[in-house]
Design a binder for this molecule. Structure first.
Ligand code: DX5
Ligand code: ZN
Length: 215
């Protein structure tokens, strides 16, 4: 199923509740929340007070993307206080990824594993059955509004084939530089969820853009 997760990183932080309400009334399936720690990625975004405010205003489930080192230290709070439906951690940030996913599952939250553009999908061989979702980064994480890295298309196809071959139901999410110009190729390659920041919020009619992205 084609699902869209607009990234609040591109929202107007001065009027965050208005943007969340706009998404409530759109065909968006999730609100994508990018959390950055200034270590794993060279940028900061927002933390618990802001995410709790988003949660209060949101009538769509939260898809929380942790671009942070030592995610285990904060997973309980992202699951409970922030009320995530999906929590995604980076393969590159987790020494004990299996344990980290078990921790997310302990809270009854869907477990996502994210791969940076340079990380091959073949590294997921053993962990794939443990993940509810794999997030493929199609930009180097840390900033919205970057250019899509085309080679991720082959990664989506490879991963989709592997998921099908093994009879798994793992979802594939693609994040970074996604918009109306490439969404058709991404759906065709096997994406289930597309994260869209700049392409939605910088468009003239974000709700219509979301509808067109899914069409
Ligand atoms: C980048 C974040 C993305 C970002 C996407 O590090 O993970 O979710 O907000 O923004 P766009 O769609 O503008 O590339
Ligand atoms: Zn993201």
């Amino acid at each position: 199923m084609k699902q869209i997760a607009p990234s609040l990183l591109s929202a107007d932080f001065g009027h965050l509740a208005d943007d969340v309400e706009m998404l409530n009334q759109s065909e968006a399936d999730y609100l994508h929340i990018d959390v950055m720690d200034g270590h794993f990625v060279p940028n900061f975004s927002y933390g618990f007070p802001v995410i709790k405010a988003i949660r209060k205003a949101a009538r769509k489930p939260l898809d929380i993307h942790l671009m942070i080192n030592r995610p285990d230290d904060y997973i309980p709070r992202f699951c409970e206080e922030a009320g995530a439906r999906i929590v995604t951690v980076h393969y590159e940030a987790c020494t004990h990824l299996h344990r980290t996913l078990q921790l997310i599952a302990h809270y009854g939250v869907l477990k996502g594993v994210a791969l940076n553009p340079h990380t091959p999908v073949s590294l997921l061989e053993e962990i794939l059955p443990e993940a509810d979702m794999v997030l493929l980064m199609s930009v180097n994480p840390g900033f919205g509004g970057q250019k899509f890295i085309g080679s991720v298309l082959q990664k989506i196809e490879k991963l989709k084939n592997e998921i099908t071959r093994r009879g798994l139901s793992t979802m594939i999410e693609v994040d970074g530089g996604v918009g109306l110009g490439n969404c058709a190729d991404l759906w065709k390659a096997g994406a289930d969820i597309l994260v869209c920041g700049n392409s939605v919020f910088a468009s003239e009619n974000p709700q219509e853009t979301i509808r067109l992205l899914k069409a």
